[in-house]
Write a protein that binds this ligand. Sequence first.
Ligand code: ZN
Length: 274
Amino acid sequence: MPEGPSVRKFQLLTSPFVGQVVAKVGGSSRKLNVNDLNALRLQDSQDEELQEAQHSRSEAPEAAEGRGNWLRIHFGMFGSIRANEFSRASRANKRGDWKDPVPKLVLHFESGGFLVFYNCRMLWCSSPRADPASDILSVEFHRGRALRALCAPDPICYTLQDQRYFSGLGNIIKNEILYLARIHPLTPGSLLALSDLERLLDCAVQFSSEWLHNKLRGQGLHPQVYQKEQCPLGHAVMKGTFGPSGGFKRLTWWCPQCQPAVLPGDGDPSPVTE
Ligand SMILES: [Zn+2]
């Protein structure tokens, strides 16, 4: 599940090519027959998906039969996309060679521009999954619906990783915004005041927007608790694997001092004393 800022960077880089025809294909991908993409028109780009349609060619390649017409691209932690430039080696490898990264896929368009994809997995699928109402970085984000979801008696970290309400909110954002809002990840949403949930949503939107801006300037992310041993205040950070029973479990980091646990009590949430 891609994080919102990665998705938005993808959209910003790919949208100028929507409507253009692929003139030449390159890349090292062995999972995908990259030549299937030749002469196709880029119809749309959403999330981390490209829609390719047959371009005025009568015969469809055999390999294209039966597959969807959306190419889904998973970037994971190390994948990246570039427009009109290749990634260059930033340092020498162990043998002292300056070897540039090898792209998985290069799409050259008729305009002369090109898109380059590194360290990603690609597969054909039939439809995009995105619902802008659940995308925290979309102007169509439905804040009321997200707030109602957060009020559920489930642990708040389960609701945040529910892609029906929070698409693009991945594990890094989940951990960081719970820290910023000072909320323990296992707190049942129903025990939190509406003002706390509002603040959590504000943190989600602000953190994601800042991450996107940093990404576009080529700057990295500096998490406060995600994969950290200490929070910025020097407290030891805890780590656990949380998720709904029968559902997807994710590694979660939190600071027990900055994010004290809340016990189900008589309506008035109070921090647990150690
Ligand atoms: Zn702390």
